[in-house]
Design a protein around this ligand. Structure first.
Ligand SMILES: Nc1ncnc2c1ncn2[C@@H]1O[C@H](COP(=O)(O)OP(=O)(O)OP(=O)(O)O)[C@@H](O)[C@H]1O
Ligand SMILES: [Mg+2]
Length: 450
């Protein structure tokens, strides 16, 4: 456990010193004061991770301090120390929001157990609250755009599985919206008020991934200075997204399999198994059948993951969705950047419909964001998009074809004419597309056309 700052409040000097010493020996940083009022004043001056207070004090007792704390610093946990015979007061303290109570007299160990538990619970709520607040902002069902038949089918599947606990495998090329679907499943189901936690399996080494997923006990390996709660446990009651699941090392795969099958796992260095009710969603853009053949993915794990497969089609297989996506993103980014953009030219719309979109929705989204930021016009035209010309299949109208034997000058003339007509005679745009300055363009026009 990292050093925590603890405030001890007790009017009995001996007791106060005993508690302070015990906590300091356990490695905490401790201040102590002799009454409820002094406690409040101290809490206004300094911040603490935890308050340990006696109940019976005058004029402000432990309950008074607790009420103040819940009003002013609701996230700071509080443990009540209480003497035999005052259990009822301890119970009312719990009702007022105390995290725990401890009966006097107590051994230092007992105190430390209560302290560790309170601190850990506080950390968990804080982490979950943070993660939830962050995620809820952007991702709900409504943020999915596209009404093509293929997507309708996906929405249908999402609705069907949202409330179930079965493992779900979302497959599709990069940028097709796998993570978005995972979030839609979580936030449209019964688990929506519980955490949605994501782990990118490709980003961590095998050892780190294990402790990230399952947690570890203090001292289980060099550098494990405190107990760590794994993501499986953080997502208890909610959903755990295992991104790029095929990247999990073969040594870790049996442990994942057990966690999926038994809903049970061990922390690294832990001695008793931990039970959780965590629903798993996996994503992958890899050919998993091939990974099984190549022995990088265990077959039993693959079957276990593939209970409910959802396949997201690449954008080029559902071009019907392109116009809706264009309108959605242009509106969103114009608003975000405070730009007055009316939409796309017909040529830009045609280009978007023809382009192959190897990076799928993400590529389309990025292209539009960039164009919105850079454009100075109200309409986005083809010149605002730098779509890799090797990949798009442009229409014949976009080609300049000249027979062999044409002079360079004649070819240049033809190219300039075509570009200008595409840019509706806007010389600035045409020059940009041609990669020359407006002045050069003007000179060439003079040269060729007088
Ligand atoms: N149907 C959709 N409607 C709106 N936005 C979408 C849609 N599909 C994807 N996006 C957006 O495209 C981007 C990529 O989506 P996401 O991260 O879900 O893709 P992915 O399949 O997980 O990609 P990768 O395999 O690269 O991780 C995100 O910004 C997401 O919001
Ligand atoms: Mg993803």
């Amino acid at each position: 456990m990292a050093t925590s700052r603890i405030l001890v409040v007790d009017d009995e000097t001996l007791m106060r010193e005993y508690v302070q010493e015990a906590l300091e020996r356990a490695g905490h940083e401790v201040d102590s004061v002799g009454g409820g009022q002094a406690g409040i004043e101290q809490l206004q001056r300094e911040t603490y991770d935890l308050v340990v207070t006696d109940l019976k004090m005058a004029p402000v007792d432990g309950l008074g301090l607790l009420r103040w704390l819940r009003g002013e610093q609701p996230d700071t946990p509080c443990i009540i120390m209480t003497a035999y015979g005052t259990i009822e007061t301890a119970v009312s303290a719990l009702k007022e929001g105390a995290d725990d109570y401890i009966l006097k007299p107590f051994a230092p160990d007992e105190l430390e157990v209560a302290v560790t538990r309170a601190l850990e619970r506080e950390r968990l709520t804080r982490e979950n609250r943070y993660l939830r607040a962050e995620l809820n902002q952007y991702y709900d069902f409504e943020s999915m755009v596209g009404e093509s038949e293929a997507m309708q089918e996906v929405y249908g599947q999402v609705k069907k599985v949202a409330d179930s606990r079965a493992t779900i495998l979302v497959r599709g090329e990069s940028g097709t919206g796998k993570e978005l679907v995972a979030r839609a499943i979580h936030y449209s189901g019964a688990r929506r008020d519980r955490p949605f936690i994501k782990v990118n399996c490709a980003a961590l080494s095998a050892g780190l991934l294990e402790s990230e997923l399952f947690g570890h006990e203090k001292g289980s390996f060099t550098g494990a200075h405190e107990r760590k709660i794994g993501r499986f446990e953080l997502a208890d009651g909610g959903t755990l997204l295992l991104d790029e699941v095929s990247e999990i090392s073969t040594e870790l795969q049996p442990k994942l399999l057990r966690a999926l099958q038994e809903r049970e796992f061990d922390r690294v260095g832990g001695t008793s198994p931990i039970q959780v009710d965590t629903r798993i969603i996996c994503t992958s853009n890899r050919d998993l059948e091939r990974a099984v053949e190549e022995n990088t993915l265990r077959e039993d794990l693959f079957f276990r993951l593939n209970v409910i497969p959802i396949r997201l089609p690449p954008l080029r297989e559902r071009r019907d969705d392109i116009p809706a996506l264009m309108d959605y993103f242009v509106k969103r980014y114009a608003q975000e950047n405070g730009r007055d953009i009316a939409g796309f030219t017909p040529e830009a719309r045609a280009l978007f419909l023809e382009y192959a979109w190897p990076g799928n929705v993400r590529e389309l989204q990025n292209a539009i964001e960039r164009a919105v930021v850079l454009a100075s016009e109200r309409m986005l035209g083809v010149e605002h998009f730098n779509l890799d010309s090797g990949r798009p299949q442009r229409s014949a109208g976009d080609l300049v074809s000249v027979p062999l034997g044409t002079t360079v000058a004649a070819m240049e003339r033809e190219l300039i004419l075509k570009t200008l007509s595409r840019c509706k005679d806007n010389r600035t745009h045409a020059a940009k597309m041609l990669g020359i300055s407006v002045r050069t363009l003007r000179n060439k026009l003079k040269e060729y056309f007088g």
